[in-house]
Design a protein around this ligand. Structure first.
Ligand SMILES: [Zn+2]
Length: 312
């Protein structure tokens, strides 16, 4: 197994996305900072490089993150292609990426793609979203905190300034090192590249739910008519379950149903229809077991939606 690569990007944006060969780029990466941890999560290396912009020549007054760099600083950087190549070489075989929030891996791949470099994989990539894991470990699992607040809460020494790539990677690594095995199981998937074939699809079982990321489809109808996607199979005993609450959708994007397994109880299924980078559609489906009270709540929700959609 490869090392953990805890990384952070700084990026700049223009007033409009840049276009090249039919590809667009909004956020141009201008700095990569990273910390390498071995399998025991001990620090074994650092990476820090500035990138000379090729697209956006002015520092945007409002970027995705508050960045503490000037165009003059970046003049000393190397091209994205050079830095990305060195970074990936430094990462080594089979790196396990970790970042604060879900965006960095996506934007990194988008930059690779835009600058004509090979992508990291032909399918979704598992990674650790440290911001999400922090919430699962110490909060309600849903809220998202700024890195500085998380670091402060954990009492980690804050002796280097935030908002430079390496320092943010160092702090993120410190938070990441504190997670136990249960938290470490909660991997996320970057879907900059979505599955193209059935074989590339993702199916992963967590402690309280199952997640499935489908291959691509052309239309919503193709998805809604797909028996496998719209089936409700118990993820413990693999039996097809009868639905107690039939599929319904409050918004045409998210579909819900509840099925019943005699052995395991009420299973709620949620299908989210998402747009892939190439404009085609794919599905993220989650199934989890819920209490009889939650089942009643879903029933009520369905009734309400039905009433709204078919008034009178
Ligand atoms: Zn079952």
């Amino acid at each position: 197994m490869g090392d953990y690569i805890v990384f952070d990007l700084e990026w700049n944006q223009g007033d409009a996305p840049a276009e090249r060969n039919g590809k667009t780029l909004t956020f141009e990466i201008v700095e990569i900072g990273a910390v390498k941890l071995n399998e025991k999560r001990q620090k074994v290396g650092e990476f820090s490089r500035l990138i000379k912009p090729q697209i956006h020549q002015h520092m945007h007054y409002i970027t995705g993150k508050l960045i503490h760099l000037s165009m003059d600083d970046l003049e000393n950087g190397d091209t994205f292609q050079e830095v990305a190549r060195d970074f990936l070489e430094w990462c080594g075989e089979d790196p396990k990426f970790c970042s604060w929030g879900p965006l960095d891996l996506t934007e990194f791949q988008r930059n690779l793609d835009f600058f004509g470099m090979p992508l990291l994989s032909d399918r979704p990539i598992a990674f650790y979203d440290v911001q999400k894991l922090f919430s699962i470990a110490y909060d309600d699992g849903k809220s998202r905190k700024a890195l500085a607040s998380a670091v402060d809460e954990l009492g980690i020494k804050m002796d280097i300034p935030f908002h430079r790539a390496l320092s943010d990677a160092i702090y993120t690594a410190e938070v990441f090192r504190g997670f136990n095995e249960r938290i470490m199981q909660k991997v996320s998937f970057d879907t900059y590249v979505t599955p193209k074939t059935k074989k590339q699809e993702i199916r992963i079982l967590f402690d309280t739910y199952e997640k499935y990321i489908s291959r691509e489809f052309d239309t919503k109808e193709d998805i809604l008519e797909n028996i496998e996607i719209m089936s409700t199979r118990c993820y413990h005993c693999h039996k097809n379950l009868r639905r107690k609450v039939k599929w319904f959708t409050p918004n045409g994007k998210h579909y819900y149903a509840v099925a019943y397994c005699e052995k395991h109880g009420f299973m709620k299924a949620k299908v989210r229809i998402k747009k892939a980078e190439n404009g085609r559609l794919y599905v993220v489906k989650t199934c989890r077991f819920i209490s009889p009270e939650d089942m009643e709540e879903m029933k009520a929700k369905q009734r309400k939606v039905k009433k709204r959609q078919n008034p009178g």
